[in-house]
Design a protein around this ligand. Structure first.
Ligand SMILES: Nc1ncnc2c1ncn2[C@@H]1O[C@H](COP(=O)(O)OP(=O)(O)O)[C@@H](O)[C@H]1O
Ligand SMILES: Cc1cn([C@H]2C[C@H](O)[C@@H](COP(=O)(O)O)O2)c(=O)[nH]c1=O
Length: 237
């Protein structure tokens, strides 16, 4: 069977969306993704971007998952204390309703922190950028403590304009850290915590890390045992 080229041409009607000055009114949103291990500066980069958009006169709003309330309930906070007010939500689909349709229409830039905790990240970003014309800046973990993909952060790469993988400093050797090591024995994927529970590490120390964490724990435990066995000297004899 053979087709002529003309039989394959499908007529497509493009709606006329130009205004009086000939500019088209198609929405032109953007999606920017920032990911990496914990302590890599993801929240810092997100706040920098949102602040600079705000200085340019754009209307910005910040959202974070209400799963993570480590530093504040109603603010996105970096590990070194920089803050930005935000909406803490269980999911992204509730945002438009809670924020209000009028307010939503006026927003130009939407920042999303701790994006790994939002299951509806893909649909939200798609609609916000493609249909509503918003600039969406997303920050989150690409991988969990076992280096498995975390939530939907990696799923939005195909719909993103830009993708940035940040690195931290390995806490054991100071080299670039790509991964997050969990220092406790808990096994669940979601476990909220900071430097008390996690540390950023390079590849070599990720692989050796479990061993090192175990060894350090043993040393600390034996120190505690010794101080319990040897009674403290009285200050006054
Ligand atoms: N091992 C580390 N490597 C890099 N930064 C670290 C480390 N430990 C603590 N920090 C601090 O964390 C800050 C980054 O915090 P933040 O932007 O909240 O990171 P993220 O959102 O990626 O977890 C750095 O500016 C630095 O002050
Ligand atoms: C690796 C890993 C992390 N988490 C949690 C721990 C923190 O509450 C956040 C990440 O915060 P940050 O802004 O990137 O520092 O995620 C988790 O639940 N499970 C993990 O495996």
């Amino acid at each position: 069977m053979s087709f002529s080229t003309s039989s394959l041409i499908i007529p497509v009607t493009v709606p006329n969306v130009t205004d009086q000055r000939g500019h088209n009114n198609l929405p032109c949103g953007e999606i920017h993704v920032i990911f990496g291990p914990m302590f890599a500066g993801k929240t810092t980069a997100l706040l920098r971007r949102v602040n600079s958009e705000s200085k340019l006169g754009r209307n910005v709003v910040m959202i974070k998952s209400n799963t993570d309330t480590r530093y504040a309930v109603d603010a996105v906070v970096t590990h070194d204390g920089t803050k930005f007010p935000c909406w803490s939500l269980p999911d992204l689909s509730s945002f438009k309703h809670r924020f209000g349709q009028d307010a939503y229409e006026k927003v130009d830039v939407i920042g999303i922190d701790e994006a790994q905790f939002f299951d509806d990240l893909y649909d939200f970003c798609c609609n916000a950028a493609d249909i509503d014309g918003k600039t969406v800046v997303v920050a989150g973990l690409d991988g969990d403590y076992l280096r498995r993909k975390f939530g939907s952060v990696l799923d939005i790469i195909p719909i993103a304009d830009t993708v940035t993988k940040l690195t931290a400093r390995c806490e054991l050797c100071g080299k670039r850290a790509f991964f997050t090591l969990r220092k406790t024995d808990e096994m669940q994927k979601e476990l909220i915590g900071g430097a008390n529970m996690y540390m950023p590490v390079c590849r070599q120390h990720y692989v050796n890390g479990k061993f090192i964490v175990g060894a350090v724990k043993k040393v600390l435990e034996s120190h505690q045992l010794q101080s319990e066995l040897v009674p403290e000297k009285p200050l006054v004899s």
